[in-house]
Design a protein around this ligand. Structure first.
Ligand SMILES: NC(=O)c1ccc[n+]([C@@H]2O[C@H](COP(=O)([O-])OP(=O)(O)OC[C@H]3O[C@@H](n4cnc5c(N)ncnc54)[C@H](O)[C@@H]3O)[C@@H](O)[C@H]2O)c1
Ligand SMILES: [Zn+2]
Ligand SMILES: [Zn+2]
Length: 386
């Protein structure tokens, strides 16, 4: 058995690049993918900061793409040499939820009690290794893998297809966004920025993006959104004023349970409350920022057990709707790939750093600090070309 390099979780604020056993085909439907690009995600930071139950030794990485190296005897559609995007959801393709397109909630692939849906290299999402590594085992490869045009073109765009471009798009879908809408996106991290990019592509009249990081707000402006700095003034008042009191037609939550105020103090309900205020009566709210059922370091008592008290009374009175949950990547990724190929979407605008895998610890540290200019970090475990 040959050893390969991978990013391993060691404990809070510590990852290291170590040799791990080579991933192998374990079932007839498996493929092994040689990873050309794998991204660090805001979701990885919840684990990195010790805010999940992820075990020491887990290989991280759920935003993966590469070249198929090997396929099992049951794989017929995908072939060695294919360039592929790997959705972060690991789905069986034939359970009741998968058949209905709900691949984020596959009933079969995650043995964790009470959790439907599996993912690579993630807390509570099953025993699967991540792809911040030279190679990755992909179960149910024919169902899960998305084919990409051969070659190396659009690598930095296509690498957003495994998670955050579909997730940003899903946020606008959960919000019930329609052409001509005014959309309020909270969070200008990679997910929020791609929700804003999606809203623009889908014909939004106006898009507001709320954050406090100047570099991220500048990117929001670059893609045609209106930046709202929550450290300058109440973001809801800024949006209300800018819309002459009307508020937004719908909103996207792209922050998650570690939402904080301008002093840095966490309030897990803060952004939910702000969305309820910022979105008009009967408007929709799409929550793709992550909330968890257990958080040992929670800022409020109830939130330790996932109980997050937001302004449900006003939410109800305004007759709003809310959609939640992880994104079923397969629902969108082929179409988003085609938007990229056609030149109508360019999610690579947010890439700030492209590092060799060995520099992952620095990538995690700087991205976690939200150091100026660290918007999205790509890791390159192996050569791009076949
Ligand atoms: N649902 C899914 O399938 C899915 C997929 C990927 C990521 N996520 C989640 O989406 C969230 C965002 O991910 P990301 O990669 O963009 O992470 P990120 O941590 O880089 O971005 C979060 C942004 O929110 C900002 N923020 C913090 N408090 C805020 C507040 N009160 N108001 C407005 N902005 C605030 C931060 O400054 C930061 O820029 C995370 O919770 C992540 O786990 C969900
Ligand atoms: Zn991700
Ligand atoms: Zn399934």
């Amino acid at each position: 058995m040959v050893d390969v390099k991978a990013v391993v979780f060691k404990g809070p604020f510590e990852v290291s690049v170590e040799e791990v056993p080579d991933p192998r085909l374990e079932a007839p439907g498996d493929a092994v993918v040689r990873i050309t690009t794998t991204n660090i995600c805001g979701s990885d930071l919840h684990m990195y900061e010790g805010r999940t139950s992820v075990e020491e030794g887990k290989v991280l990485g759920h935003e993966n793409m590469g070249i198929v190296e090997e396929t099992g005897p049951g794989v017929t559609r995908i072939e060695p040499g294919d360039r592929v995007s790997v959705p972060f959801n690991i789905a069986c393709g034939s359970c009741r939820n998968c058949v209905e397109g709900l691949t984020a909630f596959c009933l079969r692939t995650n043995p964790t009690e009470g959790v439907d849906g599996a993912a690579y290299g993630y807390a509570n999402m099953g025993p699967y290794r991540g792809g911040q590594a030279e190679y990755l085992r992909v179960p149910h490869a024919d169902f899960n893998l998305l084919e990409l045009p051969a070659g190396t073109e659009h690598e930095n765009d296509f690498t957003m297809l495994s998670d955050i471009f579909p997730t940003g798009w899903h946020g606008t879908e959960l919000a019930g966004m329609r052409p001509g809408d005014t959309v309020a996106v909270f969070g200008a991290g990679p997910v929020g920025l791609l929700a804003a990019h999606s809203a623009v592509i889908r014909g939004a009249a106006r898009v507001f993006v709320v954050d406090e990081e100047p570099d991220r707000l500048a990117l929001a402006e670059r893609i045609g959104a209106e930046p709202v700095d929550f450290s300058a003034a109440d973001p809801v008042e800024q949006i209300t004023d800018a819309t002459h009191g009307a508020g937004a037609d719908c909103g996207v939550e792209a922050v998650g349970y570690q939402a904080h105020d301008p002093t840095g103090r966490e309030h897990p309900e803060l952004v939910l409350d702000q969305l309820v205020r910022a979105v008009r009566t009967a408007g929709g709210i799409g929550v793709v920022g992550v909330y968890v059922p257990e958080d040992p370091e929670a800022a409020t008592d109830g939130a330790e057990e996932g109980r997050i008290g937001f302004d449900y009374g006003t939410f109800f009175t305004k007759g709003q709707r809310m959609g939640t949950g992880q994104c079923p990547v397969k629902r969108y990724n082929a179409r988003l790939r085609d938007l990229i190929t056609a030149g109508r979407a360019e999610p690579s605008f947010l890439v700030s750093h492209e590092l060799p895998l060995t520099e992952a610890p620095r990538g995690y540290r700087c991205f976690d600090h939200r150091d100026d200019g660290w918007t999205k970090v790509l890791l390159r475990p192996t050569a791009l070309a076949a």
